[in-house]
Design a protein around this ligand. Sequence first.
Ligand code: XUL
Ligand code: CO
Length: 435
Amino acid sequence: MSYFPNVNKIEFEGAKSDNPFAFRHYNADEIVLGKPMKEHLRFAVAYWHTLTQDGSDPFGMATNQRTWLTNDPLETAKNRVEAGFEFFTKLGVPFYCFHDVDIAPEGASLAESFKNQDVIVKLLKEQQEATGVKLLWNTANMFSNPRYVHGAASTSNADVFAYAAAQVKKALEVGKELGGENYVFWGGREGYESLLNTDMGLEQDNIARFFHMAKDYAREIGFDAQFLIEPKPKEPSKHQYDFDAATTMAFLQKYDLAKGFKLNLEANHATLAGHTFDHELNVARCYGALGSIDANQGDLLLGWDTDEFPTDLYAVTLAMHQILENGGIGRGGVNFDAKVRRASFEMDDLFLAHIAGMDTFARGLKAAARMKEAGFLDNLVADRYASFKTGVGADIVAGKMDFHSLSKYAMENDQITNTSTRLEFVKSRLNDFLF
Ligand code: XUL
Ligand code: CO
């Protein structure tokens, strides 16, 4: 049986096509800078938004029409696997991502929850083998259930810490079973509501202990996925410890975890932190920690995580520029952590939304590649910092200078000349690459 009988495999038809169920820009095998688009982009569908969420919001009930829903949660979960893989293959994405609770219903006990997962993981594995679609990453949801009201690894309740450990242990086993390329931690409730009753030092020490245990267990079972932390400044917590890329790297360095973890950066989380997405990618790049991205966009007029499908070509081009500068996304990918709007409730909207995101990323990749080929930003940056290539600048970079020698140099060269960055002209030229 088909869950999407109206939609055939989505094909590339070119920019002039007016078929809504076709790619106009994403052409999987087209070579860009020596590599097929599909390898640059490594797209993934997020199970939670596309297969599990129902369209409800704090003010209204579910709106999504989903033909896989039944009265039996485990039956529904089985249907979702079938529907999901039909969707992934028709869309032509190579990867998917999930939380444990997205794929299988929680049971009355931990043991029953694990049993439900086992039933579904078996089906996922069969579908992966039949279709070639792979797991980009999985994760454990340690924020929805009321038991996590005080946090998971940062909880004030040691029994909850243990429960969370059991949940992640299982998630790592599932990741291994399904050959996941990455494993993600997003600290949904790892933060605080009020400092009045919070031991911030203990909470952060405990999170670090938790991460070390997770790394140790993954090593023990031979699960060699890349470990990723996903920063977010707030929501649902008032303040989350993994505030942004820089804060998260400081945490990882403090606790001797920087070698074992990279970052999964999300566009809407960057803007919630008061940063642009490319800022976050650039920070990660400076640390050699750009692991993967969650592709979406927020609404600057709204102060929460709207998780819209990414269609802002300017922002996506700058993000793809960072990824190209990084030498690619490595074992990571472009995961659509994005949901259809509540009013886009029909099944086929799921295709239209992903096509919009994939086409935008294809355009962003091509625009960033055109900039690269023209040497546009490379030349501009090289010119701007040219003074560090020769003379005193080269000596500073080589570590040959100190305050004595610099002071002597400055006394002899104290008539400073600076040049304009002509940033307005640069921005106008940048627009020329966005087509
Ligand atoms: C929440 C969010 C999560 C993570 C995985 O804002 O982005 O879905 O990506 O837990
Ligand atoms: Co995310």
